[in-house]
Design a protein around this ligand. Structure first.
Ligand code: DC
Length: 214
């Protein structure tokens, strides 16, 4: 399977590196976090709570998600910027704990792979969605470094937040993503763990490329 999976906690640099790798290798890129974010956005737009499993599950049949050209479409509308709102990060983590949500997302994610190369990133890519992937990576970094990176992203969106608040939110999400019953965030079997705390994007990309036949 010409698939490279990249898993890891928020702020570890997965998206930037995965996009770069896909470009270099001419592979498709799949941001699965964006899909959970799109579900959360829809639920919030409908005025429901993302913690209400019954409400979230009942809305699933109204949700169509497409990931194309590095953008995410919710029922045909490009929602790439809306889903990056910090409120959506927590909401996405909440909906991602539900069985029916994961079932639908995993089906959609597997359909993206058409035999052409794929770089996909998320929390359960190497462990659950594509356990037979050729290459599996797990990116991590210290929580302080991840918070700094998140703050830089937020600044670009003109959102102000403090470092301590950002650390707290990342920590809460890490715990929720790692402790949930279904497909928790784990280091997949056979994955190479890369601690990116002291590495820049170029270094991480080169490290991964050095492990991949291309
Ligand atoms: O990678 P991200 O921050 O965009 O992901 C948002 C949330 O979606 C994350 O907190 C947990 C969930 N998620 C998941 O459960 N499984 C994935 N494969 C990707 C994301």
């Amino acid at each position: 399977m010409k698939i490279i999976t990249i898993d890891g906690p928020g702020g570890a640099g997965k998206s930037t590196v995965a996009k770069k790798l896909a470009l270099i290798l001419g592979y498709l890129y799949l941001d699965t976090g964006a899909m959970y974010r799109a579900v959360a956005l829809y639920v919030l737009l409908k005025g429901k709570s993302c913690k209400d499993e019954k409400a979230v599950t009942s809305l699933l049949c109204e949700i169509d998600i497409m990931h194309e050209n590095n953008k995410i479409y919710l029922n045909g509308k490009d929602v790439e910027s809306e889903i990056r709102d910090p409120e959506i990060s927590e909401a996405a983590s909440a909906v991602s704990t539900f069985y029916e949500v994961r079932k639908k997302m995993v089906e959609l994610q597997r359909r993206v792979f058409h035999g052409k190369g794929l770089v996909c990133e998320g929390r359960d890519m190497g462990s659950v969605v594509f356990p037979d992937a050729c290459y599996k990576f797990y990116l991590t970094a210290s929580i302080e470094e991840r918070a700094k990176r998140r703050l830089r992203d937020l600044e670009k969106m003109r959102v102000t937040a403090s470092i301590s608040e950002t650390i707290q939110k990342l920590d809460k999400r890490d715990r929720q993503d790692s402790e949930r019953a279904i497909s928790p965030l784990v280091v997949p079997e056979g994955a190479l763990v890369i601690d990116t705390t002291w590495m820049n994007v170029q270094e991480v990309t080169e490290k991964i490329l050095s492990c991949v036949d291309h």
